[in-house]
Design a protein around this ligand. Structure first.
Ligand code: NDP
Ligand code: MG
Length: 397
């Protein structure tokens, strides 16, 4: 196996830390060229001393000066850069062959898109990038012979359950549909009337996965599953009506592919993101991930339920955005990011998240979007409208 040279976008986050944990176990196979954090410079400093990247990136000049001074004093040769343009540069470095895209939210789109344009192998955790820019992103991947491997556990499971030579043609491969599993999050069985009063702490206490705050809230509203329906549509060329969401509270089956002959192929494992990360890092080989083997005798029972679209309106909004196409998914995604942030800052109740997204989608009818610029314009406009609605809502209180 040749040594792979990596840029890690979002190295200081939950996926970034898990990625470095897998790499630590296989330091003969992977070399870290660039580590990109944002504001957590203490964590980035430790990562730089351990993995000795050529470059480190942080949010702004002030943080860059701070960490550069500390690195120099510690005898490190890592060069520090800052800001969004530096992220794009790191994703396109000629010496880098693999980019882990693990920035959260729309901020990850420009560097992940740059990795596609530069023809890199992209390990995609940053689902928002694909949701926002679906057709434009997939075109960039195709035209530049980039390789896109899913890190999201469900999509990684689907990828592993599809035929090895799957080309995006369901019929040719005898596939009748995809079952996308969802844990249902912390509020799956909470009384509907209580949802208006749940706190950010309760929303972030996910029953099975330890994740960043934004995706934790997305799991609680099930917008995460909505984003994943759109992600699955673009990754595997599956129409929305062939993607069924299944509530599976144990998170042991990570998703399933149904075939016309009645076979159903699934991937199972303990809920630990190091499994899909190791799979994508080594693909098509296999490496150990440091994950406990699944003990099927301990699991004993697996449950499945249909999702409740009334309890989780975000799921319906995501199917709507996929149907509307154009810039609608970017609009929905931006409104969601702004509303989730406002909920985390205790400015709006949990139940206002879906209400705000629906209003933004109603105010901004879908338009075609064939370029990154058009998508980023839809993102900014939706952020502006969502912020206005949040201010109005606070004034009404
Ligand atoms: P975290 O919040 O833990 O980490 C986010 C990372 O992005 C951090 O490194 C953060 O830097 C960086 N970051 C945040 N804002 C910016 C910005 N404006 N510019 C540049 N970098 C930024 O998130 P997760 O690791 O949980 O999630 C990352 C992505 O992976 C998300 O898209 C999520 O949906 C997806 N994902 C995550 C899973 C999980 O289990 N965690 C599972 C499946 C998908 P800093 O912390 O230094 O500020
Ligand atoms: Mg997932």
């Amino acid at each position: 196996m040749t040594v792979r040279n990596l840029t890690i976008l979002g190295s200081t986050g939950s996926i970034g830390v898990s990625t470095l944990d897998v790499i630590r176990q296989h330091s003969d196979k992977y070399r870290v060229i660039a580590l990109c954090g944002h504001h957590q410079i203490d964590r980035l400093f430790d990562q730089c001393l351990e993995f000795k990247p050529d470059y480190a990136v942080v949010r702004d000049e002030v943080l860059a000066k701070q960490i550069a001074g500390r690195l120099l004093a510690a005898g490190s040769a890592t060069r520090v850069e800052h800001g969004p343009d530096a992220l794009v540069r790191m994703a396109s470095l000629p010496e880098v062959d693999t980019v882990m895209a693990a920035i959260v939210g729309a901020a990850g789109l420009p560097p992940t898109f740059a990795a596609a344009i530069a023809g890199k192998k992209i390990l995609l955790a940053n689902k928002e990038a694909l949701v926002m820019a679906g057709p434009v992103f997939m075109r960039a991947v195709r035209e530049n012979a980039a390789v896109l491997l899913p890190i999201d556990s469900e999509h990684n499971a689907i990828f592993q359950s599809l035929p090895f030579d799957y080309t995006g043609n369901l019929e040719k491969s005898g596939i009748s549909g995809i079952l996308l599993t969802a844990s249902g999050g912390p509020f799956r069985s909470r009384a509907l009337a209580d949802l208006a009063n749940v706190t950010p702490e309760q929303a972030c206490a996910h029953p099975n996965w330890v994740m960043g705050q934004k995706i934790s809230v997305d799991s609680a509203t099930m917008m995460n599953k909505g984003l994943e329906v759109i992600e699955a549509h673009w990754l595997f060329n599956v129409p929305a009506d062939k993607i069924q969401v299944v509530i599976h509270p144990q998170s042991v089956i990570h998703s399933l592919v149904q075939y016309v002959d009645g076979s159903v192929i699934a991937e199972l494992g303990n809920p630990d993101m190091r499994t899909p990360i190791a799979h994508a890092l080594a693909y098509p080989d296999r490496i150990s991930a440091g994950v406990e083997p699944l003990n099927i005798f301990d699991i004993a029972t697996l449950n499945f339920e249909r999702p409740d679209f009334e309890r989780f309106p975000c799921l319906g909004l995501a199917y709507r955005a996929l149907r509307e196409a154009g810039n609608s998914p970017a609009t929905m995604n931006a409104a969601n990011e702004v509303a989730v942030q406002a909920f985390l800052e205790r400015k709006i109740p949990f139940t206002a998240i879906s209400a705000i997204i629906a209003k933004v989608m109603n105010v901004l009818p879908p338009k075609t979007a064939d370029s990154l610029d058009e998508i980023l314009a839809a993102d900014s406009l939706a952020r502006e409208v969502a912020s206005g609605l949040i201010t109005e809502l606070q004034a009404d209180e």
